[in-house]
Write a protein that binds this ligand. Sequence first.
Ligand SMILES: Cc1cc2nc3c(=O)[nH]c(=O)nc-3n(C[C@H](O)[C@H](O)[C@H](O)COP(=O)(O)OP(=O)(O)OC[C@H]3O[C@@H](n4cnc5c(N)ncnc54)[C@H](O)[C@@H]3O)c2cc1C
Ligand code: FES
Length: 477
Amino acid sequence: MSEKRIREHPVLDFQRKDGFFFDFEGKQVLAYPGETIASALYAQGLQRFTESKLLKRPRGFFCAIGKCSSCIMRVNGVPHVRTCITPAREGMKVERHGAMPEFPDTTLPCPKVKEENIEVAVIGGGPAGLSAAIVAAENGADVHLFDENTNLGGQLVKQTHQFFGRYEEHAGTRGTDIGKDLAKRAEEAGVNIHTNSTVLGYYHKNKIAVDAGNRLEIYGCEGIVYATGAVENFLAFENNDLPGIYGAGGVQTLMNEYGVIPGDRVLMVGAGNVGLIVSYQLLQAGVDVVEVVEAMPTIGGYQVHASKLRRAGVPISTGHTVKKALGNEQVEGAVLHELDENWEPVTGTERTVECDIICIAVGLKPDNHFLRLAGCKMKYVRELGGMVPLRTETLETSVEGLFVAGDSAGIEEATVAILEGELTGAAVTEKIKGGSEKLLAVKKRARAGIEEMRKGPYGQRPLEGVRACTFEGVCPE
Ligand SMILES: Cc1cc2nc3c(=O)[nH]c(=O)nc-3n(C[C@H](O)[C@H](O)[C@H](O)COP(=O)(O)OP(=O)(O)OC[C@H]3O[C@@H](n4cnc5c(N)ncnc54)[C@H](O)[C@@H]3O)c2cc1C
Ligand code: FES
């Protein structure tokens, strides 16, 4: 296995001190404090993480944020561990177990159960959750914030570019710095922060269950703000399950959070802002981007991002898509073809590109299984990326005391996530502790900001979507 770590980067400085080793199938693997098992293994060149159930096809990882299960392994005897969000620890024992692992050793110690009643639970420590927690804590609520990752900041922890949006909500600042700033403010406001804590389920009367690693925690909550973000969309094409086909967020996590080189030659699929930005970040990390393909006839992202790529010599082919991935154990190339105005393949336009990574950047959908479990009324709204909860003007769902902010309520961007977080933080505090002039002012300011954002060039689509799922008073049947 050869080390695949970024040594020099124009923006990021990867501190690699106090390295340690863990056991992977009898071999010693080097890891650094703060990195996950999957990142350490990938840095050593591992691509096959698990396999498919029926055909035993190889599976690499995909999302790198705990949402797709293609990285599960046995860790210290426990199967089905999501290695992409589990921190590597010295001396741990990691092994692959395929799609159908044996039942865990029943002599392992049972997790302890802790029960507690709290005022506000915030689920998710991205910009939406952190902003909600800050407002609620600054206005006297006892707030507990849960995030299943080690680092707070959600998607922001890997955004090295300067953000677009409103200057009041940090536009012009690098995403990584916005995340750190919000996390610091949450700590200063007295938020009880629980990292590496996955919220597993919702129970009657706003009770939640949390997997805190070595114990199960049950919280009875007076109010909940749900802000778990989004899941990346996938794309149907032949051989699309090969290791080396990753979501744009997965590639960013490897490269910008852990300083691991995802591959040598990347084909980017999707020329929206995410595809363009991640392509540029790949170039910054010293990776060759062979081409960006986009099925639409025009580029969806900002021209400024597209121009940077073109200046760097990266071709952007609109009206093109991937027909199939080449390779057996991992990606070795891709066959592309042109699409006509009816999205049909144009015969005779097939061509092959050599690449070892196919990066999929074709949009996101809201992550909100928990809300369905809680019985929230949901609706399919295309403009917001899929199934979304119906919400009141203060972003409360049809389940009383359960509020939703950010991408899990509909795909927009970080500025709106921050403002929605502030609005829900104020609304949940008002509900529990009563209203105040200060809370009223926060709500007013957040609402005005959201309205302003939705007047912008990318705001029309979500605005139509939000109109379709806002209810007043009694929720429609
Ligand atoms: C490449 C890229 C570039 C972008 N550029 C911009 C930009 O320039 N400007 C802009 O405004 N926006 C940008 N965005 C969008 C922005 O990052 C997101 O809209 C924003 O992060 C959404 O915030 P959120 O808090 O809703 O979700 P997230 O940031 O996704 O945070 C969700 C959090 O919830 C946690 N979580 C999930 N499930 C659970 C669970 N069960 N238990 C506990 N915790 C859980 C996750 O670990 C995560 O920390 C970009 C996004 C990408 C991918
Ligand atoms: S859950 Fe680990 S890669 Fe998706």
